[in-house]
Design a protein around this ligand. Structure first.
Ligand code: OGA
Ligand code: MN
Length: 224
């Protein structure tokens, strides 16, 4: 049962970015899958124009850097574990602002529909080139992070390798998701170990995390 992919029917999706109320980013039905299983794929989440602008932007960066593992003082770069190059959003471009607005709408919708208490959002561009991968990992260790929900938006179709694999708690494979331009994957950060299989093409994405408000001595826990 490794090929099960939770996509939402195209009818549900036809209303994305419209018809679900002004402050909604997608049809409520699209999020049911997430509510039921803790993960979902939302095809055609990004409008084509925004997808293209974000793709143009990340392709033009000369400043993508080798991604690291861990937070703050525990941060290290380990090419055995991950080979992607990343750049955190700085909110400077129109395209980034539009993307952040879209994710904010998603945040409001998730909070309203499922009482999730998502508090803020951080994200980075990622580029995988030939032979790059990200080994099986979890984005949030239980009790140690305030990352609640992982989001990955794919900016191009990847036809050779580069699938996202989600794992069940018993380490069996839950699903394999092929990156398709404009689609968004959502999953509970603590619940699913996952990996990015070796890429034989270029693969561009935006990985993001909704967090809840962990404050420590009145200070908000730093994101990274
Ligand atoms: C990550 C990650 C998945 C993907 O950046 O932590 O797991 O499909 N990304 O890019
Ligand atoms: Mn991850």
């Amino acid at each position: 049962m490794t090929e099960r992919v939770a996509t939402i029917s195209s009818n549900d999706n036809a209303n994305s970015n419209s018809g679900a109320g002004d402050d909604s980013c997608c049809n409520n039905a699209m999020l049911e899958q997430f509510y039921l299983h803790g993960w979902a794929v939302l095809p055609a989440f990004l409008p084509n124009r925004l997808n293209q602008q974000l793709l143009d932007e990340v392709k033009n960066y000369a400043t993508l850097t080798s991604a690291g593992i861990g937070r703050a003082h525990a941060y290290t770069v380990n090419h055995q574990i991950r080979r992607d190059k990343t750049q955190w959003f700085d909110g400077q471009s129109q395209a980034q602002q539009e993307y952040l607005q879209l994710m904010h709408k998603l945040q409001l919708q998730l909070n309203r529909q499922f009482f999730l208490g998502l508090f803020d959002f951080e994200c980075h561009f990622a580029r995988y080139q030939q032979d790059d991968f990200y080994q099986k990992h979890v984005d949030a260790f239980k009790g140690r992070s305030n990352r609640l929900l992982t989001t990955v938006s794919y900016l191009n179709d990847v036809n050779n390798g580069g699938e996202l694999v989600l794992y069940n708690p018993d380490d069996s494979e839950l699903c394999r998701i092929k990156p398709l331009a404009g689609s968004l994957v959502l999953f509970e950060s603590e619940r699913f170990a996952h990996e990015v299989l070796t890429v034989f093409d270029e693969r561009y994405s935006i990985a993001g995390w909704f967090r809840h408000n962990n404050s420590n001595n009145g200070l908000i826990d730093p994101s990274r």
